[in-house]
Design a protein around this ligand. Sequence first.
Ligand code: BG6
Ligand code: MG
Length: 227
Amino acid sequence: MTAPASLTALKGIIFDLDGVLVDTAQFHFRAWKRLAGELGIPFTAHDNEALKGVSRRDSLEHILALGKVSLTEEEKNGRMAQKNAWYLELVNELTPDDMLPGAKSLLDELRTCGVRIGLGSSSRNAELILQKLNISGYFDGVVDGNKISKSKPDPEVFTLCALHYLHTQPSDTIVVEDARSGVEAARAGGFFCVGIGHLPQADMVIASLEQINATLLDQALQAYRSV
Ligand code: BG6
Ligand code: MG
């Protein structure tokens, strides 16, 4: 067995969940598209990009604004419950095999190296998904939509996770995100941000978690902090 990499800069890492560790971003899209269809609002994959990382309520408000539709508070609550029920039908089928490529081995390596691992998600379903994937035990801290008062792009989810649960500082902690709102949140909090997909605002952009490992992340953070 090879010895774990010895890291100098990286003390903590915070993963977003949907679209980073598991492909539930497409489940959110399918459920919102179905809801938008019922309201007669055209809703495309391009429109959906703006919803990634955004809370359930803010997502509904965004779709209603797209269609210039207004609903009462009671109707909004009903629509959110309906969307979540459709979303959970899809989530209930998840198994550990549904983790995105490279996610499980990266978690294993980071844990072996002693990096503190956090989850920073806007979702209120995060704990359920971690259980479905059987990865709850990897996390030193889980901050989800139930624990925050301000959704991404506010940095609250990441700063709370690092300072309160991981006991790390933004300067020695990396955030991994797949959403524009999440990259903005990470950068606003002073974190080095790895973006997955087309996210030019991120400090490092990758196509998949398979492209990174603990040593690469540590070196990237060192280089960024020494500038
Ligand atoms: C984020 C997703 O992780 O969680 C968003 O990127 C979603 O698309 C948000 O709206 C809230 O999720 P939930 O599960 O609480 O409806
Ligand atoms: Mg995401």
